[in-house]
Design a protein around this ligand. Structure first.
Ligand SMILES: C[S@@+](CC[C@H](N)C(=O)[O-])C[C@H]1O[C@@H](n2cnc3c(N)ncnc32)[C@H](O)[C@@H]1O
Length: 259
């Protein structure tokens, strides 16, 4: 299914996914080990996007990864990113997975349930297609209701604390719902906090610079003028320079075993 982003927005989104995958690698990798990716023969990555995270999934297993996304242009990017790896890419809808029951050893997703129209249906589907004893994994899903941000910047903070995600059709509070979704899918469930790291100011700055276009576009879409964004950016970068910026939001993981 094609999305409704412009060419520029698509390009920025791909860059953002690449940046996010780098920034979250050390948080996702222990989850891959815990979920037993290494010994899995067949893994499904649902909502694979550009393949930036699928690349890590594939690197953690000796098995084969099937990566699925409903956007054709995303799948095309993923094909390039994952060329030569143990991955096959398919276009399909996570709400009705095109696989038989009990097919995979692990079905995994990352930063995806927050965008799914019906996350319960997706988790049910992931549970359906894994074998008995297999795992359903959500590696990281955020909860912006738990965001701590200082120094405050009224007019912008609430945008990044969920408003913009809600306006783009996502669920900013999906993190807290993971246990419910997995338990209701009949899975023996473990949930936990995936991100515990506090970044230093230089890392935060580098991350902002990598995704600057993306942040500007989000703020513009929310109605801020160039002047307002520049003012916010100046303050934001200054607080990073001074080392007084604190920005944390919990990202949860869930690992469910099919019984
Ligand atoms: C935020 S991206 C995450 C991509 C990747 N998992 C990552 O962490 O980099 C969400 C992806 O889910 C895809 N998507 C959204 N709804 C979908 C659906 N119903 N079925 C399959 N993919 C879907 C989007 O096209 C997008 O590529």
């Amino acid at each position: 299914m094609p999305h409704n982003r412009s060419k520029d927005e698509f390009h920025d989104f791909i860059k953002k996914l690449e940046s996010q995958s780098l920034e979250t690698a050390e948080e996702r990798h222990p989850i891959y080990i815990k979920a037993g990716l290494k010994d899995a023969d067949l893994i499904l990555d649902v909502g694979c996007g550009s393949g930036a995270v699928t690349r890590d999934v594939a690197a953690h297993t000796n098995g084969v990864v099937i990566a699925l996304d409903d956007a054709d242009d995303m799948a095309e990017i993923a094909k390039k990113v994952l060329e030569g790896m143990n991955v096959e890419i398919l276009v399909g809808d996570a709400h009705s997975l095109p696989f038989e029951d009990n097919t995979f050893d692990v079905a995994i997703c990352n930063l995806f349930l927050m965008w799914a129209k019906e996350p319960q249906k997706v988790v049910n589907e992931m549970a359906r297609v894994v074998k008995k004893g297999g795992k359903v994994v959500a590696s990281l899903e955020p909860d912006f209701g738990g965001k701590i941000h200082w120094p405050p910047y009224p007019g912008v903070d609430e945008i990044f604390a969920g408003k913009s995600i809600e306006h783009r059709g996502g669920d900013p509070y999906i993190g807290r719902k993971l246990r419910m979704l997995f338990v209701r899918a009949g899975l023996k469930t473990e949930v936990g906090l995936g991100n515990k790291r506090i970044w230093n100011c230089d890392e935060d700055k580098a991350s902002y610079i990598r995704s600057r276009n993306f942040y500007w576009k989000v703020l513009k879409k929310e109605g801020l003028s160039d002047g307002e964004i520049k003012d916010w950016e100046k303050n934001y970068l200054k607080s990073l320079e001074e080392g007084i910026q604190f920005n944390f939001f919990p990202q949860f993981y869930a690992i469910g075993t099919k019984i």
